[in-house]
Design a protein around this ligand. Structure first.
Ligand SMILES: [Zn+2]
Length: 350
């Protein structure tokens, strides 16, 4: 059984601060339900909000294991899937929304998500395939060898079954307020980790449900994602995910918060200190990349190989996203030039 107390997943168990944070959430009627995923990140935190409407924030991936664990955890709160009245999705990643179709069908719950996810989820298979084509284009243009890009896209397609199509009944915009009997949650758009990230803010309690926007134990990956209304070509429209993400972090930093309940790991209890730490990390990585460019122009893939060695191969898209994000910061600062010969993009110091 998954409970709030074990959602952190550490072998030593939660420390006193973490227990206090989960207790604060529970006092607000918010219970973490940690569900297994097949992904390297480990378990995903969904949240049951005991209010009217009875709400589940995120669903876990589309797997029997995850569904079983969810049913067991709901039972521990004397609830069943059929009791759910509202499902809110924090963003478009499969570990957060894979069960949405099954849960919505069984419960009749309404589904709320960032408004641009409506068409994306309705045509999930096609949208995921277009995402993969976009990722292939980005990888090719930034120097990832063809055989590696192809191998990775086969791997990605194999995981697609952990996602799901779904219908969004309640499209969220920046500032949409969800009203409950005992709380109001304001949806705030925080793109960067993905284009569709929203956090749900309870201003009265100073609590935010943060999805993967801000995680206590891992730095959220600012993955290069196809714009939700974009094509697969990727030419001329590569999103600057890290710059977008940093702007989102700064918006969250300005908020008054006691607790951010994240999609993985324990709650964040000092969001300002954590965000400052993340911002420093990104600055440091940008400096490292600037130093690597002193030897001459390089593609993002070459830089990723130097920085991450074999991980640049096994996690090529992730590390490429990281490197490109930091290169974007250097380009924006006027330190680095992006040189595109029409086939391969290289970066060099100005
Ligand atoms: Zn995510």
């Amino acid at each position: 059984m998954s409970t709030a107390a074990d959602a952190g997943g550490g072998a030593a168990g939660p420390d006193t601060d973490e227990r206090a944070a989960w207790a604060l959430a529970a006092a607000a009627g918010i219970h973490a339900i940690a569900l297994p995923t097949p992904f390297a990140v480990g378990r995903v935190n969904c949240y049951l909000i005991e209010d009217e409407p009875l709400t589940l924030v995120d669903t876990g991936p589309n797997s029997g294991k995850s569904l079983d664990a969810l049913e067991t955890s709901l039972a521990a709160h004397d609830r069943r899937i059929e009791d759910l009245e509202l499902i809110v999705l924090t963003h478009q990643h499969m570990d957060h929304l894979g069960l949405v179709e099954i849960l919505a069908r069984r419960s009749g719950a309404r589904v709320a998500a960032w408004h641009e996810l409506g068409p994306y989820l309705r045509h999930f298979s096609a949208a995921a395939a277009t995402d993969d084509a976009f990722a292939m284009t980005v990888m090719r243009r930034h120097g990832v060898p063809e055989t590696l890009a192809t191998a990775l896209s086969v791997g990605t397609a194999a995981y697609r079954a952990f996602g799901s199509r779904g219908e969004v009944d309640l499209p969220l915009h920046d500032g949409t307020v969800l009203e409950f009997a005992d709380r109001s949650l304001t949806a705030l758009h925080r793109p960067g980790h993905s284009p569709s990230d929203v956090i749900l803010h309870d201003a009265r309690r100073g609590i935010a449900l943060g999805g993967d926007h801000l995680l206590s134990q891992i730095s959220s990956n600012p993955l290069i994602s196809r714009p939700l209304n974009g094509s697969a070509s990727g030419v001329g429209e590569r999103p600057h995910a890290l710059e977008t993400y940093i702007a989102s972090l700064q918006a969250t930093r300005a908020m008054q918060l006691r607790l951010v309940l994240g999609g993985h790991g324990p709650p964040v209890t000092d969001h300002v200190a954590l965000i400052d730490e993340r911002l420093r990390l990104h600055r440091r990585r940008a400096r490292t990349i600037a130093r690597l460019l002193e030897t001459g122009p390089q593609s993002a893939y070459e830089l990723a190989c130097t920085m991450w060695t074999s991980v640049a191969i096994t996690q090529a898209f992730l590390t490429l996203s990281e490197v490109l994000g930091h290169l974007d910061l250097l380009v924006a600062d006027g330190e680095v030039l992006e040189c595109d010969d029409g086939e391969l993009v290289r970066f060099r110091l100005r």
